[in-house]
Design a protein around this ligand. Sequence first.
Ligand SMILES: [Zn+2]
Length: 277
Amino acid sequence: MPRQGSTFLEMLQGCREGNRRACGQLIESYLSLAEFWIDHYFPVLSPHRDQVIVELLKTSIVDPGGLLKSFQGTWEREFLREWRLCTLRLCWGRAVYVHDAAPTPLLRDQLAGLLKGFPLLHQQLLWFHMCRFPAGELAQILSMRPEVVEPILSKARARAVETNLPHSSGGQIPTMPPKLLVEMDSEKSENCVSIRLLSKIIDGQALWAEKEKAEGHTADCLYCLSNLTALKETILKLRTLPAANPLRIDNFLNSTMGRPEEKKSFGAAVGKLFKRV
Ligand SMILES: [Zn+2]
């Protein structure tokens, strides 16, 4: 939730109106998350992280065609799902030359084949494992006992070898290519589960019947599984990441909106920064 006493919607509205304080609140509330996404999913971009953040803030928050202006939802978790996607998409565009060079990345149908038939909870475990979350964190995110994690991973390793998945010859489960996380967003169908319902399920507030139906669908749908795991990741990180350093918030605010007395210099500053990425 936004700090400094505003509601999420007040903050969003303030940002849309170009209110400097509201934009500062948004950066304060979510900067650590964006930094986590960049470092975790695109370590190759970590040395350029600040430049990526400036571009992310500019394209998603300030630009007239950006996320903030087009966002139709009213809810923080819906916004964060979209913002995570914006971050991954932007990073993918920046890092593509590195990933293109990676030998035989895992393909969408191979991922579906690997997960097929596993119960939904186990699919989530495998998903997080493939996204390089450490075992202790997996158990925490999914409220599982650490000792049940290894047998599930073993079973998936055997399947990866059996079906000859990329990099499985050494008994490894392939890692999740960030490209798949981005592409998965285009798979939404009319039966897909809303972010609100997935979120209610995570919070233990869904009715039994709606939970059963939604989970049944999610176990067979990469789009919904991707959303479910993204929500769980975001909720955990929002709770556990350290607050952003006030000096950094101020710097990003200046880079995004310009210093109060020199607002027009922003575009030039971004152009200059990104020639170096
Ligand atoms: Zn779905």
